[in-house]
Design a protein around this ligand. Sequence first.
Ligand SMILES: [Zn+2]
Ligand SMILES: [Zn+2]
Ligand SMILES: [Zn+2]
Length: 263
Amino acid sequence: MGEPGPLRITVLGSGTSVGVPTPGCHCAVCTSQDPRDNRLRPSILLQYGGHNVVIDTTPDFRTQVLSAKLDRLDAVLFTHAHADHIMGLDDVRPFNFRQQTRIPIFASSDTLISIQRVFQYIFECNDHQSSVPQIETHALDGDSFQLFGQPFTPVRLLHGRSSIYGFRFGSAAYLTDHSDIPPESMERLRGLDVLFLDALRHKPHPTHSTVERSIQTVEELAPRRAFFTHICHDLPHEETESTLPSNIRLAYDGLEILVGAAD
Ligand SMILES: [Zn+2]
Ligand SMILES: [Zn+2]
Ligand SMILES: [Zn+2]
């Protein structure tokens, strides 16, 4: 099946859970003048066929949609329920007001259960005196699904001991928080133009991939282009990029990628 026209990815946030600069830290990266060293919490915006889809609603969601000048939100996909990926959900309300519609959200049933617990007030059927997000939940079972004509495939990833979802959409994939990619998921990631993947830092971490580990993943999957994300303050943008193979770059907030384009 063909893809529904061009797909644009905008990086809304490329940072790890505490963001960069990290509060209280005065290291070279946290005090850097390079705007690419300022990293909000991890999320991307997908735009295709006039639709806007966001992966994860971070604690910085409001700032991120203002920066992206987003005036419409059609759906949210969630990778998992860690705070840095869900805490901005309340800020979908302005889109409810503008669009007068519920926003569909897609996640594994485990992630939906956590979202329902954390945001209990959204799901209580009491009459609310103040506004609460109007959302419509869709549980993913690991099978591919269509969203506004674009096929999406959940890609199971290991994030320490938990299992979370990355997503493939056409010839692009977004694999945030992971320490390992199971073999059956690797098979879902062949022939990519664009691959986004977790590369927290150099030092090993129990739930995240490292620069060295993610370089190996890129070598194995051989996408045309790869972008590292979920980056902590250990990695200065310019210096780190100068050590990477030319098909691998560090993502930065505001980076726009046209999937399938010449460069
Ligand atoms: Zn995270
Ligand atoms: Zn720092
Ligand atoms: Zn996480």
